[in-house]
Design a protein around this ligand. Structure first.
Ligand SMILES: *[C@@H]1O[C@H](CO)[C@@H](O)[C@H](O)[C@H]1NC(C)=O
Ligand SMILES: *[C@@H]1O[C@H](CO)[C@@H](O)[C@H](O)[C@H]1NC(C)=O
Length: 346
């Protein structure tokens, strides 16, 4: 009797377990959720044990969250269908390799988060993405990037504003050439043995830098702080340096960085971009005004033509007995059609 009861119990428990397991795997966790954020279409496929980028999502996705999955490799076709993506989260995966061409379809990409993966280098094609502003590659095993970056064409095309390379075993901040838009650099938790303040000359608009746990010297630290303060950075975002400095060994103020040709060419390229965008804007405005004028003139022309046509046809009606020339017949037919100006000028 007792044995049967125990058996029944075991069966009951295992049925309940199976049901629970079925419920969680096939319903709650396994489906990507759709939503909107700041008027953008967002799809979250977060913590789903995915091994690949899913290919059955709505192609109009603009924010795609694939974080906390088990993706090992990004393939050249992974994002072929999703060319509208602006924000792409791939953090906490197992990405070891990225095939060339993977990001090529993503011409609208503004931000990518590849942190906490197994990357040994930054996929170089990211640096030529025309809209990429924010790049997170922290907590990867980048180590030395010198070789990969040596062949990189500089200045890079991506208008980087934020770069996070924290915790990547780097011995230096990556040399990406002039980055006139970069305002925040996070290089914390790297053994930056080769750091020198002059490397910041390429970053003429830097105002926040995280150099905590980087083993840089006290002198370098003071010089960075001094440098950012002269550039007008908020004291809250400059490094806090421990220890005093010997002014014989460490000259302060040290302004070889801001007085260098690299720094001035960085400023010049930023100004160039600004004037270019101003002229583009101005040209756009002029074009718009010209278009409105053109539409207006066309409408006036159509209206006057219609009026003369009406007068003409009225006069024709008055002498109905006369033959209507084919030309006037055509004009009369035109008169039945509505004018399209009202929608064009609205
Ligand atoms: C820099 O990155 C690390 C690791 O991602 C993070 O913990 C830290 O808060 C970041 N620092 C700043 C100033 O954002
Ligand atoms: C450079 O340093 C000198 C002092 O050594 C200082 O007088 C000068 O204002 C500094 N220039 C800039 C651009 O900070």
């Amino acid at each position: 009797m007792e044995l049967r009861c125990l058996l029944l119990n075991i069966v009951f428990i295992s049925v309940v377990n199976a049901m629970l397991a079925f419920g969680t795997t096939s319903q709650d966790d396994r489906r990507c959720s759709y939503g909107r954020i700041e008027k953008l279409t967002r799809i979250r496929c977060h913590k789903m044990d995915l091994k690949e980028v899913p290919q059955n999502l709505k192609t109009s996705v603009e924010v795609l969250d694939l974080s906390f999955n088990r993706i090992k490799k990004l393939k050249s076709g992974s994002f072929q269908r999703y060319s509208d993506i602006k924000f792409l989260m791939l953090y906490e995966n197992m990405i070891l390799s990225v095939e060339p061409g993977t990001f090529a379809p993503l011409t609208s990409l503004q931000e990518i988060d590849l942190s906490s993966n197994g990357l040994t280098s930054i996929p170089v094609e990211l640096f030529s993405m025309p809209r990429l502003r924010n790049l997170y590659v922290d907590s990867n095993e980048l180590k030395g990037l010198h070789q990969e970056l040596q062949t990189l064409e500089k200045p890079i095309r991506a208008p980087l504003e934020y770069l996070n390379v924290a915790n990547c075993e780097l011995d230096d901040i990556p040399d990406l050439g002039t980055l006139p838009n970069l305002w925040q650099l996070n290089a914390s938790m790297n053994p930056l043995k080769e750091f020198s303040i002059d490397k910041l000359a390429n970053l003429c608009h830097l105002s926040v830098i995280d150099l905590t746990r980087t083993q840089i010297s006290t002198c370098d630290c003071h010089q960075v702080t001094n440098h950012l303060m002269t550039m007008g950075a908020n004291p809250k975002y400059v490094p806090v340096c421990m220890g005093a400095i010997d002014s014989d060994v460490c000259p302060l103020p040290y302004n070889r960085t801001v007085d260098s040709s690299t720094f001035s060419s960085c400023l010049a390229s930023a100004e160039l971009a600004e004037t270019r965008s101003f002229w583009l804007f101005a040209a756009g405005c002029c074009g718009g005004v010209a278009l409105v004028l053109l539409v207006f003139c066309y409408c006036v022309y159509r209206w006057r033509k219609k009026r003369t046509n009406r007068r003409l046809s009225q006069s024709i009606e008055n002498r109905k007995r006369f033959v209507i020339s084919p030309r006037n017949a055509i004009n009369n037919r035109l008169e039945d059609q509505p004018l399209h100006c009202d929608t064009a000028s609205a």
